[in-house]
Every structure is written in C-alpha cells, then in structure tokens.
Ligand binder design. Structure first.
Ligand code: UGA
Length: 432
C-alpha cells in the first residue's frame, strides 16, 4: 500500500475520525481547524468528543508522527496529495444544506493546492456540489471526488474501520480510484460511480434509515392498539434478510445532527426538480407525531393532566453513547411536557451540569436517583445502558408516584414490577 500525504479540513467528529483512522491505516495526515484552542488541545492529544477509541487513535497517530494538527486549511494542504473536506453543512434557509463553510475553504485553498492533488468531499452536500466545487476551484489539474461518510456518532471509529461499503464518485476515474485505494486495507465492497450518484447515496441512505424508524414507530403504535407486542413483531420481520434486525427499535422519534437535516435537505432537493417526495414527507410527519404520542402516553400514565406534575427524565441526548443534544427527541419531548405544565428534573450520563437552552426547560442533576426524588413518575428518553442496572427498589423508595414510562423499551418490566413500579413501554402492553 502507498502511504499518502493527506490533509483533512475540519476536526469535528467526522474530520477527526477520518484523520485519526487514515493515520492508523499508515497515511500521513494533517488535520486543520479554525479554532486555535482546539488545535492546541488536539496537538496535546486531548480529545473532548465522546467517541470510543478516538483518543487512543489520536495519541497513536501523534506518537508515530503520522498525525498532526494545524491552524487553518491553508497550512494543511501545502504538500497534500489528497484533501478531505469535512466541514459542517448545517440546515440552511428552507431546509437545504448550507454550503458557506465548504465554499469558504475552497476560496482559501484554491491557489495553494499542489498540482494534481485530489479534493475529496466527505461532508453531506446536495447533489451537484462536487461539480460546483470543481467550478469554484477553477483548477483543471485538480479532480473533485465525492466520498460520503457513514459514521454514526458514538461508534464512528468502529464504523470507519469496519465499513459496510466505501462509496467514491467522480467524473475523473483515476482520481476516484486513488481515493478508493486509501481504504484498500479495509477490504470493504467499493462502489465506484459518478459524483452525483455518490452524493445521492448519502441522502438516500440516511432518509431510508429515517423511513425505517418512522415505520417502526407507526407499527409500535398499531401494536399497542391491536394488542400485539412490537418487540416480537420487529424480531419477526427482522429475520427476513431483506429487512434486517438493525434500526427496528421504536423510541421517542429519531433525531440528531444528521437524519433530521438530511431528510429536510432531500425534500428540498426533490422540490427543486418538481418531485413531490410524499414518502419522505410522511416519514418526517410521522416523526413529529411520535413525540406528541409519547407525551400523550406520559399524560395518560399520570392520570390525564401534566399541570404541576413533577417528572424525572432519564436521558437528554439524541441517543446513548454521545453527549450530543442537537435535535434530540428527548429534548423535544421535554419541551412539550413543560408546555403542559410539568416540572422536570433530568439526568443524562453524557450531559454535565447546566446546558444552555436546556436548563430553562429542565433542571439538570448529576445523579439518576436525584431525578427520582419526589417525582410522580420517571420517563426514560435515552437508552443509556446504566439505566438498566439502577437499583430499582431504591428508585421506588424515592419516587412519590409508581409509574415509569420507558420510551425506548429499554428496561426490564419484570425488574420494575418486582420493585413495585408500573412499566409503560412503546408498542407493548403495560406491566403493573
Ligand atoms: C446517522 C447514520 O446512522 C450514519 O450512518 C450517518 O453516517 C450519520 O447519521 C451521518 O449522516 O453523519 P447518527 O446521526 O450518529 O448516524 O445516529 P443514528 O445512530 O443513525 O441514530 C439516529 C436516531 O435514530 C437517534 O435519535 C436514535 O436514537 C434513533 N434510533 C436509531 C432509534 O430510535 N431506533 C433505532 O433502532 C436506531
């Protein structure tokens, strides 16, 4: 394998994971960021993102001299053979991806890129962006390649090093092959295609996952009404290899920094070419309604009104294993509960102390038992493993009420029942 000189622009979880993992595969990687404090911290091997295995890989890369951090893209690209763009593409006006960061990096590095290098876009960008980047670069000697990432927060390193597939798209076949070769050691199936197809793969994948989850949440609702058990239903359909067991867990709705943004962006892209993507609209609507359904469930479990009712919340992040609160369904549910007059105390293992934008909705404490004290009920919103092993007899002794609403079907209803508590899940019959 050829070790390449690689620049990675942007050191959020995607950029940092990409840089550290490529260094671990033997490449020489320079990661750039615009935040001097972050560059200093990372250069000293301090990783502040909650991402298993990342600190170790960064330390390993730094020690081996294969990984370094610099301030500003222009310093990183000077001798690069391949430049990875990993900058944020947040939701812009009307739902489309905001490309300001991508464009500003292009104008910063345009005249500095070594002749013949390849610019790789890893950020999730609208179809047509590779072509637009090529025009903005205005450098016929430089190919632009789309190489979307499929990294889940909380398991990004694992996903990078054990990919289901590598997708590489470009109008320049040789450049696409050079990028695919960077991953050769991983032995994953590789889709070599044109740039628009590669760009669409990313949206099509995330939107499919969102659709799967909305479908499962709808089946959970139906299971409740028809007296079925959603866990058995999903197990039953999941053994069909065409469906698969993954991503079949019902919950308070899907969230995070990717699925909500990407579903809206694809609707926008479809609208722009006069395609009414009804299926995707229904996927988003079902997700919005899911949060409301969860609130209805909690209200009913609390006797019909939430006004002045004290509730303890277990979990605030958008999923377990991350400290990320962006577009968190847990927070959305908390806001709806507060709007109905509930008084909320929350604990989340990934959230320490006061969080701007959260503390006006809920009082955040640093202990699960504290949350239970004097509450009429508990609501589990994020599936942290440690919630399973709480001392439920102690929880019961601290609670004023008896009910636990488990919006992720994460707890063992029998354990709760033995502790004298009532369990309310999603798509399952209550256990008292
Ligand atoms: C998602 C995709 O899964 C990644 O493949 C993709 O690379 C990434 O977006 C991205 O675009 O960068 P992530 O946002 O980290 O990854 O989160 P997921 O693990 O997909 O979870 C999304 C939401 O679905 C969470 O709120 C989670 O709790 C929920 N979920 C997931 C369920 O409710 N049930 C499930 O069975 C799985």
């Amino acid at each position: 394998m050829f070790a390449r000189r690689i620049a990675v622009v942007g050191s959020g979880y995607v950029g940092l994971t990409t840089g550290a993992c490529l260094a671990s595969l033997g490449h020489r990687v320079t990661c750039a960021d615009v935040d001097p404090e972050k560059v200093d911290r990372l250069s000293a091997g301090r990783v502040s993102i909650l991402e298993p295995g990342l600190s170790e890989l960064v330390a390993e890369g730094l020690a081996a001299g294969r990984l370094e951090f610099v301030l500003g893209a222009s310093k990183a690209v000077l001798d690069a053979e391949v430049v990875f763009m990993c900058v944020p593409t947040p939701m812009g006006v009307g739902g489309a991806a905001d490309l300001v960061a991508v464009e500003s990096v292009i104008s910063e590095v345009r005249d500095l890129l070594p002749a013949g290098c390849v610019v790789v876009n890893k950020s999730t960008v609208p179809v047509g962006t590779a072509e637009r980047m090529h025009q903005l670069l205005n450098r016929p000697d430089i190919a632009v390649v789309s190489n979307p990432e499929f990294l889940r927060e909380g398991s990004a390193v694992h996903d990078f090093l054990n990919p289901d597939r590598i997708v590489v798209g470009s109008s320049a076949q040789d450049a696409a092959e050079r990028v695919a070769a960077l991953y050769a050691r991983l032995g994953a199936p590789t889709v070599l295609t044109d740039a628009p197809s590669a760009e669409l793969v990313k949206y099509a994948a995330n939107c499919f996952l969102a659709m799967k989850l909305s479908y499962v949440n709808a089946i959970a609702e139906l299971s409740e009404r028809l007296g079925a058990n959603v866990a058995d239903v999903t197990e039953g359909i999941g053994y069909d290899r065409r469906i698969g067991q993954a991503f079949l867990q019902p919950g308070p709705g899907w969230g995070g920094s990717c699925l909500p943004k990407d579903t809206h962006a694809l609707i926008q892209a479809a609208d722009a070419v006069d395609f009414d993507f009804m299926l995707l609209r229904a996927t988003i609507d079902t997700n919005t309604r899911q949060r409301q359904r969860i609130v209805t469930k909690i209200r009913e479990a609390c006797g019909g009104s939430l006004d002045g009712v004290r509730l303890g919340l277990l979990g605030l992040t958008f999923k377990a294993g991350t400290d990320d609160l962006r577009d968190s369904p847990a927070l959305a549910v908390a806001e709806l509960l507060r709007d109905e007059g509930a008084e909320l105390t929350a604990y989340d293992p990934g959230v320490a102390g006061a969080v701007p934008g959260v503390t006006d909705t809920v009082r955040v404490v640093d202990d699960a038992y504290e949350v239970a004290k004097g509450a009429a009920g508990l609501v589990l919103l994020t599936e942290w493993p440690e919630f399973r092993t709480l001392d439920w007899a102690r929880v019961a002794s601290l609670l004023e009420g008896r009910v636990v609403v488990d919006t992720r079907n994460h707890l063992d209803p029998d354990v709760l029942r033995r502790a004298g508590l009532s369990w309310r899940g999603v798509g399952m019959q209550p256990v008292d």
